[in-house]
Design a protein around this ligand. Structure first.
Ligand code: SCD
Length: 710
């Protein structure tokens, strides 16, 4: 006879000397993870009998999964010029990488050519600079586009980039019908978290739909979209939020395409997804399984005829935020566990992060280890031999079910707001993610969430690691030279006419925007010009930053250390006769604002008066705002490698305007190698990744008190 659960409870209680209920782990998703799962937990769970390759696809979109074909090793990379990125891709493909994935620089993301004055600090930094078809052709030189599938992470300037890619293929002798790959083209999550949008939500949704329409008609092997939760988790979302908002976004894109008059079966099979894989090992596996289950449920509503229209196929990337600056080789271990989790969850394609990515762009050495992590997984661990090997595990199946239920409730909540476009407009999903991010930070700061080498087991000394530095000025100058050449050699009248035609299509809503942009790109209209033609028709999106209040403070309720800082600040404010004002500035085209938002919220709760600067400020604009608002401190947040150009410029601007008394500190992804340079330029303190926010507040207070004494 099977042993009784009651008996186990008795034994457990004896071992623990307390009730087993006391060791239940309440996850950020509000899932209560128990120490033991049994068949009892699976009663009434309906997906258990399903098989891979069949609806609802919980066990995987293909019948044989990796036993038939392993996932694609697709490392996301790009930096500096098209020549350098091309050389990097070719080497990576020769060393075992199976698909290309292009990272563009932020200037390109936001639809600016490299000669635009707003992007001086961004060109070639966190990705490759692409201004025209000429750059795109160089990027793929010697890479056969009829064979190698190419993923392009582009959302804001998605029209000119995809148009350039199509023309580059054409000129390489590969017709667009043969091009395979994926364009990210997921604008809703940009409004929620990643912020590389250009136009307001409505025309942005039209762009998405036009791309789905064009690719469905002209590019049968191309995935028209990569509906992404990755950036939500990076911004602090719980796994339930990531799951729910991503799938709700997907539903919205399907509706937008249907509104264009498309047949669901003509495009649904080419919708793809993208999730983050963090350190919650089992929950991430369950998340991918739940995602497939729920997507099939959502797609049933649209009554497709083909089973492949219900199938969720996804790319995954190991978590960037789980990487730490301290004790960085630990990141190799973290990434390996996350990669294993992605494989057990059944991803179709995977990027593994390099261990130095919390600090800088990957070097050749770190990129090799990241790639090899996947090769070892595929060739040495046996993980590819069996389809969905954890199916039937009480814990995994129970988690799959619980995540699905919780995510479904949140999807329905978004639906009740009128769908995801409406929900995004209310700001609710963004706020929920920000609140989750702040809670997570507070939990790390308080040591409740352990990060080895950061808030526990921190080594006494740390070796500096070699990092990749990009000479941003040299890249900019070479891009400007090529832009000038392109403009000299083209037919200006024809370019002008093509841009006018594009603007007309955008303005009237008649015709396909991508189709018009392909014409313009063929004639060598640049990324900036094509984006401007659309700016004329659509205007730009302007977001107003909102500071979430009380969440950080509440996490610290009754904490004596926290109270000490709050009281110290109160007494300083009394001497100052006002609260010290801190402006959190985001300079350049870097839209990664999780850190900035968390700091703004925490500082506000601690008692500073916090001013959140808008995204995409130039150093001059930030200086003007700081002076006009009479702030005492500017905290510049940088995650996209622009700090060495932009922060010194900010200090110069403040000096030029007689405001050298304003203290400048900076934080984000800043390599230690750059600290001396920044300090010499006048930065008063630097807060790298893994900084404890309460510590940061203390340091800022020290600086303010010091400044007042002198
Ligand atoms: C697969 N195939 C099989 C099979 N498994 N055939 C037989 N037996 C099996 N077991 C077939 C497929 O049907 C397909 O053919 C082909 O093999 C390729 O398989 P796939 O599963 O489609 O794999 P892939 O081509 O790699 O496509 C994977 C996705 C795609 C569908 C997920 O959208 C993709 O590559 N996405 C990558 C996105 C990306 O790289 N994003 C980076 C984001 P057919 O096609 O003929 O059916 C980076 C980012 O944003 C970073 C953060 C930031 O910048 O902020």
């Amino acid at each position: 006879m099977a042993p009784k659960l009651e008996k186990w409870r008795e034994l457990a209680e004896k071992e623990l000397k307390r009730s087993p209920e006391t060791i239940v782990w309440n996850t950020p998703e509000d899932i209560k993870v128990k120490p033991l799962y049994t068949a009892e937990d699976l009663e009434g769970v309906s997906h258990l009998e399903s098989l891979p390759g069949m609806k609802p696809f919980v066990r995987g979109p293909r019948a044989t999964m990796y036993a038939g074909r392993p996932w694609t090793i697709r490392q996301y990379a790009g930096f500096s010029t098209a020549e350098e990125s091309n050389a990097f891709y070719r080497k990576a493909l020769a060393a075992g990488q199976q698909g290309v994935s292009v990272a563009f620089d932020l200037a390109t993301h936001r639809g600016y050519d490299s000669d635009h004055p707003r992007v001086e600090g961004d060109v070639g930094k966190a990705g490759v600079a692409i201004d025209s078809v000429e750059d795109m052709k160089i990027l793929f030189e010697g890479i056969p586009l009829e064979k190698v599938s190419v993923s392009m992470t582009m959302n804001g300037a998605v029209i000119p980039i995809l148009a350039n890619f199509i023309v580059a293929g054409e000129e390489q002798g590969v017709p667009r019908a043969q091009l395979s790959g994926t364009i990210q083209n997921d604008i809703l999550k940009e409004f929620m978290v990643r912020n590389t949008y250009i136009y307001p939500p409505e025309p942005s949704m039209r762009i998405v739909a036009d791309i789905i329409e064009y690719t469905a008609r002209e590019m049968p092997k191309f995935n028209s979209i990569s509906i992404s939760g990755y950036h939500m988790q990076e911004a602090g979302a719980t796994l339930v939020q990531e799951l729910a908002f991503t799938l709700a976004d997907g539903r919205e894109y399907v509706r937008a395409a249907l509104k264009k008059g498309l047949n669901v079966d003509d495009f649904a099979g080419r919708l793809s997804f993208f999730f983050a894989i963090g350190m919650n090992f089992f929950m991430e596996i369950a998340k991918l399984r739940a995602a497939r289950l729920l997507w099939a449920r959502i797609m049933e509503e649209f009554e497709p005829k083909k089973a492949s229209s219900l199938m969720l196929r996804t790319h995954c990337q190991t978590s960037g935020v789980s990487l730490q600056e301290q004790d960085p080789y630990n990141n190799i271990v973290r990434t390996a566990f996350e990669a294993m989790s992605a494989a057990l969850g059944g991803t179709q394609s995977l990027h593994t992060n390099s261990f130095d990515e919390a600090i800088a762009l990957p070097t050749e050495f770190s990129a090799r280890i990241a790639r090899n992590t996947q090769l070892i997984l595929q060739h040495e661990t046996g993980v590819t031999n069996v389809v969905d090997p954890l199916a039937g595990s009480y814990y995994i199946e129970s988690l799959t079910n619980e995540l699905a239920e919780k995510a479904w409730a949140l999807i329905e909540e978004m639906e009740s707001l009128g769908g995801m476009t409406q929900a995004v407009a209310t700001g609710l999903p963004k706020r929920l993610i920000e609140e989750a991010a702040i809670r997570k930070q507070a939990s790390v700061d308080r040591g409740e969430t352990v990060i080895v080498g950061v808030n526990k087991y921190r080594p006494e000394t740390e070796d500096e690691i070699e990092i990749l530095q990009i000479d941003n000025t040299a890249v900019r100058l070479s891009q400007i030279a090529r832009l000038e050449k392109v403009k000299r050699q083209r037919d200006p009248k024809r370019v002008e006419a093509a841009l006018a035609a594009l603007e007309q299509v955008a303005r009237t809503g008649e015709g396909n925007i991508l189709e018009a942009a392909v014409e313009a790109a063929r004639l060598r209209a640049t990324v900036g010009e094509i984006s401007d033609a659309m700016r004329n028709a659509f205007n730009e999106n302007v977001a107003v930053p909102v500071i979430v209040e009380k969440v950080y403070g509440e996490s610290y309720e009754n904490d004596p250390e926290y109270r000490t800082v709050v009281e110290r600040l109160q007494s300083f404010s009394e001497t100052l006769q006002e609260k010290p004002r801190v402006m959190i500035a985001k300079l350049g085209q870097d839209g990664h604002d999780r850190g900035a938002k968390v700091i703004a919220s925490a500082f506000n709760d601690i008692g500073f008066e916090v001013l959140a600067g808008p995204l995409f400020q130039t150093p001059e604009e930030a200086a003007d705002m700081a002076i006009a608002s009479k702030v005492h401190v500017v905290g510049a947040s940088s995650l996209a490698a622009g700090h060495k150009t932009l922060v010194p410029q900010l200090i110069q601007e403040l000096k030029k305007k007689g405001a050298e008394n304003i203290i400048v500190v900076c934080g984000g992804v800043i390599p230690r190698q750059d600290y001396d340079y920044l300090l010499e330029q006048g930065v008063a303190a630097i807060f790298g990744p893994g900084s404890n926010v309460l510590e940061c507040a203390r340091t800022v207070l020290d600086l303010l008190e010091g400044r007042r004494r002198n």
